[in-house]
Design a binder for this molecule. Structure first.
Ligand SMILES: C[S@@+](CC[C@H](N)C(=O)[O-])C[C@H]1O[C@@H](n2cnc3c(N)ncnc32)[C@H](O)[C@@H]1O
Length: 405
């Protein structure tokens, strides 16, 4: 919902100067010193009109509550609300949660609230969700070990997706519920929540705790969901992007999966694949325990078209091996395999910082060998089963320069 333009926004915000931090970047690492009399700092992202902000601050006078809101027309209502209530332990930042790293020093925030954030339902917009992996890594930086995120939403698909992101990013989940107010109202409600509660809409809530396994920004990049605008074999344009492997995407992949005959030297071993949700769950859980691997899915719009793995990742040598498997034959001979390899190479070199990328292919899989050679890989070795390929950063840069990748 678009926020209505407020009358006299500027003078109204100016009148709330006592609760608005004008230069929040200068407070980084010093919030509690700047605003003495508080023992801890809590942060609310996307406070909207501020009902939750005001009630939470009122309930804990010893806590400094900082609220970030990127729409001033909403924020002004929250600031006026807090002033009216005479609250002195709340400060507002007119800004974007994406700047968190510039606003708070590592471990400076004890608890973080995300309430009813925008769901961004289209998968190409997933990166804007406040529970997207790149945001979770920013939060992990700002929280100490044991620090927590309290997340509430009315949106069931967003909640299910967020649970997967938290788990994949190594957060410990507590107090997970799909109907927070089933036995009557619980805790401080937000403006949106109060409305949903009146309407009988169930509220999903979880608490995510930062542990030693939680990924911070130091863990490296998450796929930027970078679009690769490409042309298929018939000359029509399409675009692919990568997403972190989640359980949901894993199921979407295997629901349509068919064995690839090219991957069987002995075709008599080829058996039709039957989707079994339990087996997929087990497979997904086992995959997560491989520290030398990273898994992604390749999507065309909302459709999962392939599985991408970077394996044998060697952090010292900055080398890895890539493997791509398209969901089934219907995606072949359309230029999608080549496009997916290009995307995987770009992500490997540009985002994962690899210096060498390796690939191998069964001798019988001439189609895959053709794709690798066409892309710019060189053949380095061959044995009785496989051909082995390699591409270095230098070779990749040359391809980029020529515009062929
Ligand atoms: C759906 S409203 C919910 C407001 C409030 N939390 C509630 O529950 O009533 C989401 C709010 O988050 C704000 N928001 C969305 N993305 C943001 C971001 N990246 N940084 C700061 N605020 C954001 C929006 O402007 C909006 O006010």
């Amino acid at each position: 919902m678009r926020m209505r333009k407020r009358h006299n926004l500027e003078p109204r915000l100016a009148a709330c100067a006592a609760v608005v931090t004008e230069d929040p970047f200068s407070c980084r690492g010093e919030w509690l010193a700047r605003y003495p009399g508080h023992t801890r700092l809590e942060l609310e992202l996307g406070c909207g009109k501020g009902r939750f902000t005001a009630d939470t601050a009122a309930a804990s006078p010893g806590t400094l509550l900082v609220a970030v809101e990127k729409v001033p027309d909403a924020m002004v209502l929250a600031t006026e609300r807090c002033l009216r209530r005479g609250l002195t332990n709340v400060r507002f930042i007119d800004g974007d949660a994406a700047r968190l790293g510039d606003l708070f020093a590592p471990g400076e925030v004890s608890r973080l609230y995300i309430n009813f954030c925008d769901p961004w339902p289209k998968s190409r917009d997933a990166k804007f969700r406040l529970t997207a992996p790149s945001f979770l890594r920013l939060y992990a930086d700002a929280l100490p070990l044991g620090g927590e995120i309290c997340f509430k939403t009315d949106n069931a698909p967003l909640f299910a997706w967020s649970v997967e992101q938290f788990q994949a990013e190594g957060w410990e989940l507590r107090d997970v519920t799909d109907d927070l107010h089933a036995q009557g109202p619980v805790g401080v409600m937000t403006d949106y929540e109060a409305k949903f509660y009146e309407e009988g809409v169930p509220i999903h809530r979880l608490v995510a705790v930062r542990t030693a396994e939680t990924k911070t920004t130091a863990a490296g990049p998450v796929p930027r969901l970078r679009d690769a605008a490409l042309e298929d074999a018939r000359g029509s344009h399409f675009s692919l992007h990568l997403e972190n492997a989640t359980r949901q995407l894993c199921h979407a992949y295997y629901r349509n999966f068919q064995q690839d005959p090219d991957l069987f030297e002995d075709k008599s071993k080829l058996k039709p694949y039957r989707y079994d949700p339990d087996k997929v769950n087990k497979f997904f859980s086992e995959r997560r325990n491989r520290p030398d691997r990273r898994y992604y899915y390749i999507l065309q719009g909302d459709e999962v078209i392939g599985d991408l793995v970077y394996k044998k990742i060697d952090p010292e040598r900055k080398s890895c091996e890539i493997g791509i498997c398209l969901v089934n034959d219907s995606y072949k001979n359309r230029g999608l395999g080549t496009a997916a390899e290009k995307l995987a190479l770009r992500f490997g070199f540009e985002e994962l910082g690899m210096e060498t990328v390796l690939a191998d292919s069964l001798l019988s899989n001439t189609r895959s060998q053709h794709v690798l050679l066409k892309l710019g890989f060189e053949l380095t070795a061959e044995d009785e089963h496989f051909r082995y390929f390699r591409i270095t950063r230098e070779q990749f840069s040359e391809l980029l320069r020529k515009g062929s990748i």
